[in-house]
Design a protein around this ligand. Sequence first.
Ligand code: NG6
Ligand code: CA
Length: 518
Amino acid sequence: MKKIIFPLLIVMACLGTSCQKNQTNSSEESITQKPNIIFIYLDDLGYGDLGVNGAKGVETPHFDALANGGINFTNGYASSATCTPSRYAAFTGQYPWRKNAKILPGSAPMLIDTTQVTLAGMLKESGYNTAIIGKWHLGLGTHDKNWNEHIYPNPNDVGYHHSYIMAATQDRVPTVYIEDGDVVGLDPNDPIEIDYDNNFPGQTSGKENPELTTMKWHHGHNSSIINGIPRIGFMKGGKSAIWSDVDMADHFLGKVKNYITEKSKEDKPFFLTYTMQQPHVPRTPHPRFVGKSTLGPRGDVIAEADWCIGELMKTIREAGIEENTLIVLSSDNGPVLNDGYYDDAVEKLGDHDPNGGLRGGKYSLYDAGTHVPFITYWKGKIQPSTSNALVCQMDLFASLADLVGSKMKSQDSENVLPALLGTSKEGRSSLILEATTRTSYRKGDYVLMPAYEGPKVNTEVNIELGNLNELALFNLKEDPAQTKNIAKENPELVQQLLKEFISKRGKDYKKTSQLELK
Ligand code: NG6
Ligand code: CA
């Protein structure tokens, strides 16, 4: 947006009434300046996947520049250890277990109700242009939607003026882009059909025709073969609309650059959610990035994502808005190596630790499931630092509402704006974390993990799930790898935390369902 006009409004307001300096700092700033906001949301990027957090075998200079030039949070969280629930929380400010949010198939109806408050909707109400470009994975339309017609509801019905998305994940059908509710490039004579249960007569599949695949499936991912990659779910038709996997990063980035360039010319500020697909499976780096890391495709797509961030920053600088743009960067859940394809992520890991020393990973109730990279950057406004304040993506709603002077509220979001801007090292005092319906309770440096039934390890992805025989207490500051259950030594603290947890989460926290990868 152009240089800001708000001071004039304040002068005008002061002419009418007495103009006391009675606002808090942040609301005062929000009156003088509403910055552009860009939320960069990665998919399955681990805390330790950034150079600044100790990555080995892949260089991430652009991520690191944001972290070193802004605030690198050491206690930043996704609400959940999988995508749909985390996105639900980040985009609505409500705990995902209230909505029973789980990993959705690509055919799922929209999970967010069109009457719900959303982060984008709040910013839209506050005068922002709003857009989402990238992965969605919160369902679209209704159960019986027709992909060949306008899809309602879509992101534009829950707060975004503009959306350019993939419906679910890169490994799920439909493998097409959807712009403002319409499939892009669709030939009406070749309509799309989607089925998550049964294949279409006469069509090949990864299960029956593995010889036709160029990427081999390890578990699941054996339905329709598209661009040589076996996917989750069956798809028929829509040939002209099918995306190119190796070009996906460039494709979304192109949309992002155009959006920033165009909207920075307008008087309104913008809120852009850039939901990158990396390093989720299938990992398909553009040929320019193949071999850029020593980690195989998983590292190469992290290098690709890093380049995209560099390009985004270049665009912001060229548009002259770097000092008027708040950037928040995070990941929807922790890392996984083999998530269903043979792609050398395990074999080429070397001494890289995507978890950054934390236990578990994607799908896990242990810390690495939800404890993710979390960076805020605002040139000239945020002083470079690291912060151990406890912050969650779900808090963007209340924090950004404060920043822009909105009175709108969402149920579970807490205002941690001072932590996000670095004027305070205090974040939330507690947080409920979730992994496939199981929940734990983080308070201060401690995390309380109730006992849950189920396997200790998911052997397909080789990740410890955090199903413990007995309730456990860990001090994450002293023991980030969660090696020592200190519940027995701290009975009073355990009772206190359990009481708080149950009062917030409800007594039925034990009603859980098992992780099913499909
Ligand atoms: C699992 C998929 C996994 C990934 C995940 C969702 C199988 C066997 N595994 O069910 O590959 O797609 O769902 O990931 O299908 S998330 O980051 O979007 O939550
Ligand atoms: Ca994810």
